[in-house]
Design a protein around this ligand. Structure first.
Ligand SMILES: [Zn+2]
Length: 420
């Protein structure tokens, strides 16, 4: 993009491209013009003429889409295989430096909104203020602060240890007082914490119910990290709004439960699948390979039952989960969960925005929505891999300078593993 334009920051611009996917569908709008004023979309349509005197940005040959919405990231984890060590031991200043870099990288990859589901010391809330003040510094951030977890439980090192009905209620209140956008609870164990197992429940139903009641009383949505069928059932019974991962990993292997899947669909619980990783990571362990068919069958069972499936990345937890790596998760929604490319794109735009509580202003290109827009090379409705080739990013109507090196590096392999 021309640097002069980046410097001038006109209040009103008209963006032209080859075609537009508006975040909902059913297909492309050809020869679109999107009129932006004061950071919002004023009008978007085919064959419109730019009003006189308005600066026109021609994204010749590109496909225009809403900026992507990642429902599950960890800005405080630095996307190396030592991410847990880093977040546990880095001082606050060093952590903020790496978080700002993660936010910038995320935005450059075309992800204009993230929901951070686990930081340390509420630092993602501080970053939220920074990227709100300067939209070109990073995505819009919705943040949970440290997730609630049991003493010594999954991700205890983020500082959210609490137990008992009263403890859990107080922890939810603290998050509301600090201005969190969402409450996150570790309902089962997880892969990245030593001594924690995915199939183990962490809280009893009374504690989970208390957490959900307190969050809803304070006007906050609540989502749970849950892997095992028992943990998922507990969270559903407690009245949570969302479930992260939802792998159905039991002690003896993956066991997707049809009755439970039906309930997820009927209750409209948003399931954020954190599939996908950079290609070229280490191969699956023999146990993971053995469980893969049952895991994939569970994904298909949820899709066929009409469960709201949302695309998230879990960016930051490993080297193969880079910040801004959501395009790989969109591809996995197609390759593993069996979504059509159209539904996969919706799951990372309009559907994700609704699941994150910002469906009225994010995830669509339409009048009144925030002017968070990306231009990509190729045909993402035919092949979501086109999302890896982001050529233009606008946040709140402001063009974001893209680093060519950074863009090229995103499609390449790193080290590490892809464990949920
Ligand atoms: Zn996570």
């Amino acid at each position: 993009m021309r640097s002069g334009f980046l410097d001038r920051r006109p209040e009103r611009i008209a963006i032209r491209a080859a075609r537009l996917f508006d975040g909902h569908g059913p297909g492309y709008l050809l020869d679109p013009l999107v009129l932006v004023e004061g950071g919002r979309v004023v009008e978007a349509g085919s064959g419109l003429e730019p009003p006189p005197g308005v600066e026109v940005v021609d994204l010749l040959g590109l496909t225009l889409l809403p900026g992507l919405v990642d429902s599950h990231v960890h800005l405080a984890l630095n996307a190396t295989d030592e991410a847990v060590d880093h977040v546990t031991h880095a001082d606050e200043a060093a952590l903020l430096v790496s978080m700002r870099a993660a936010a910038a990288r995320t935005l450059a990859a075309g992800v204009t909104t993230v929901r951070d589901l686990g930081d340390r010391d509420y630092l993602s809330l501080r970053l939220r203020e920074e990227t709100a003040a300067d939209p070109t510094a990073g995505p819009t951030i919705l943040a949970s602060g440290p997730p609630l977890t049991t003493p010594g439980g999954h991700c205890w090192f983020l500082g959210g240890e609490t137990s008992g009905v009263d403890g859990v209620r107080a922890a939810v209140r603290e998050r509301a007082e600090r201005g969190a956008d969402v409450v996150k609870v570790m309902a089962t164990g997880g892969g990245i914490t030593a001594g924690s197992a995915m199939h183990e429940r962490q809280y009893g139903r009374a504690e989970l119910r208390a957490a959900a009641e307190e969050a809803h009383r304070l006007g906050l949505p609540i989502t749970a990290h849950a892997h095992s069928p028992e943990g998922i059932a507990d969270v559903v019974a407690a009245g949570f709004d969302g479930i992260e991962h939802c792998t159905f990993y039991a002690e003896d292997g993956v066991r997707a439960d049809e009755g439970l899947v039906r309930e997820l669909a009927e209750r409209g619980i948003a399931v954020s699948l954190t599939l996908g990783a950079l290609p070229g990571g280490p191969p699956l362990t023999p146990e993971q390979a053995k469980q893969l068919p049952a895991f994939v069958a569970g994904l298909h069972m949820m899709r066929e039952a009409g469960v709201t499936l949302v695309c998230g990345s879990d960016s930051g937890i490993f080297a193969v989960k880079p910040h801004g790596g959501l395009a790989h998760s969109v591809a996995a929604m197609v390759d593993m969960a069996g979504l059509t490319p159209l539904d996969a794109l919706r799951s990372a735009t309009s559907v994700a925005a609704r699941a994150c509580g910002v469906g009225e202003r994010k995830g669509r290109v339409a009048a009144g929505f925030d002017a968070d827009l990306i231009g990509v090379e190729g045909d993402p409705l035919a092949d979501p891999a086109a999302l890896l080739d982001v050529r233009a990013v606008f946040r709140a109507g402001r063009p974001v300078a893209l680093d060519e090196q950074d863009a090229r590096g995103r499609g390449q392999a790193g080290g590490g593993t892809d464990k949920p």
